[in-house]
Design a protein around this ligand. Structure first.
Ligand code: PLP
Length: 442
């Protein structure tokens, strides 16, 4: 949708909402629909090709309006998480469609998803331990619980442990910045021998610093064997798994208890929209369920509906699945795949430009849309280069440390990015680097 169409559609939408408000007295307060009404009204997976905007709006009238905000808001969310799960080829155990035990929910952020997973894992571990060792108090268990992530995991993992009141330990990653089973196992053995209780592991697919991938197929079996909750954080990289050529990066997700990524990062859905799936929804609902009378309703114990309030921290929720429905239909799966592929291609173009300049080095494998690079030389030199880049205000780069080395990160992000932007950015970096190196020689 270009800017002209966006303006037109925006005006139409304001009219649609104004008409709704004007005619609200004529509408029924309580919907006639029964739980489960929505799924049969829409296809069981996202379209491959784009749908026309007019058709989507017709479906809003036909599918959403009869269900008002509730149950339409809940039911569309469940179906959209199934659509997206199928795009990623998630194992069926994570989908709600088969009326199994799993399903998806939209959280606000990856940090929230990790926190929810950790709290649910804490509750599951405590229940299990108290069942086998009845004398053990909750406080005594809490003192010993340990959560793990790689030394490359996002700080939100350690923060979840902090909020959850449990210890966090970082597992040293390997030469490719990936967490391996052997390193995890070693720390687990040491901790168990010291009387601690390992209960939760976060594997990251697409780390923040350099987009490395923990070895899920190795780490997963260790977690299953040791009865540890495995949460997979693919906040950024998850979007790429809709492309068959990147799906192998998700192999091993079958071992996970929960999986999360942010469609708002790279799948063209506006902020906020963080998709989280669990294999066993009772792990979440069992941990956080409270039922005051003002929240009770006639269907609550029927098993027919999902009460998302038990899956998340807040009670109230927005209709975020509408964004997913519109985006998936307006682009089609092929359009979304093309978007991802273009960004990855541009990252490789940038990588090859860096490699052609002998003053620079590429610091980590380029798998998706992130290139980590630096001037050969000291950290100070690279910090100075970043200062010059930031002061020039033409492009924005966020740095990181990789094994003590100060590294610049070039991330392809914008929906509208073209090869010319990448070339301009590189020419700009080269010019600033030349000036810096000349100044350093004077
Ligand atoms: N996990 C990873 C791997 C990330 O890269 C990020 C953010 O960049 C996060 C978690 C935190 O994401 P959010 O802002 O959605 O909490």
């Amino acid at each position: 949708m270009d800017a002209t169409e966006f303006r037109r559609r925006g005006r139409e939408m304001v009219d649609y909402i104004a008409d709704y408000i004007e005619g609200i007295e004529g509408r029924q307060v309580y919907p006639d629909v029964e739980p489960g009404y929505l799924r049969p009204l829409i296809p069981s997976c996202a379209p491959q090709e784009p749908d026309a905007y007019e058709d989507i709006m017709k479906d809003v009238e036909k599918v959403i309006m009869p269900g008002a905000s509730s149950p339409a808001c809940t039911e569309l969310e469940t179906v959209m998480l199934d659509w997206l799960g199928k795009m990623l080829q998630l194992p069926e155990a994570f989908l709600a469609e088969k009326a199994g035990s799993g399903g998806g929910v939209i959280q606000g952020s990856a940090s929230e998803a990790t926190l929810m997973a950790l709290l649910a894992a804490r509750s599951r571990a405590t229940r299990h331990l108290q069942a086998t060792r009845p004398g053990l108090t909750e406080a005594a268990i809490m003192e010993k619980l340990v959560a793990y992530g790689s030394d490359q995991a996002h700080c939100s993992v350690e923060r979840a442990a902090l909020i959850g009141g449990v210890k966090f330990k970082a597992i040293p990653s390997d030469g490719k910045f990936a967490m391996r089973a052997s390193a995890l196992q070693e720390v687990l053995e040491r901790d168990k021998a010291a009387g601690l209780i390992p209960f939760f592991v976060v594997a990251t697919l697409g780390t923040t610093s350099c987009c490395s991938f923990d070895r899920l197929s190795e780490v997963g079996p260790v977690c299953n064997r040791e009865d540890l909750w495995l949460h997979v954080d693919a906040a950024y990289a998850g979007s790429a798994f809709i492309c068959p050529e990147f799906r192998h990066l998700l192999n091993g997700v079958e071992f996970a208890d929960s999986f999360n990524f942010n469609p708002h990062k790279w799948l063209l859905v506006n902020f906020d929209c963080s998709a989280m799936w669990v294999k066993k929804r009772v792990d979440l609902t069992g941990a956080f369920k409270l039922d005051p009378v003002y929240l009770q309703h006639s269907h609550q114990d029927s098993g027919l509906i999902t009460d998302y309030r038990h899956w998340q921290l807040p009670l109230g929720r927005r209709f975020r699945s509408l964004k997913m429905w519109f985006v998936f239909r307006m682009y089609g799966v092929k359009g979304l795949q093309a978007h991802i592929r273009k960004h990855v291609q541009l990252a490789h173009e940038f990588e090859s430009l860096v490699r052609q300049d002998p003053r620079f080095e590429v610091c980590a494998e380029v798998t998706l849309g992130l290139v980590c690079f630096r001037l050969k030389g000291s950290n100070k030199l690279n910090e100075d280069l970043l200062d010059r880049i930031s002061s020039a205000k033409k492009i924005h780069l966020v740095p990181c440390h990789l094994r003590g080395r100060f590294v610049l990160r070039f991330a392809i992000c914008a929906r509208t990015v073209e090869p010319a932007h990448v070339q301009q950015a590189w020419a700009h970096i080269q010019t600033l680097a030349s000036a810096l190196l000349e100044a350093a020689q004077e």
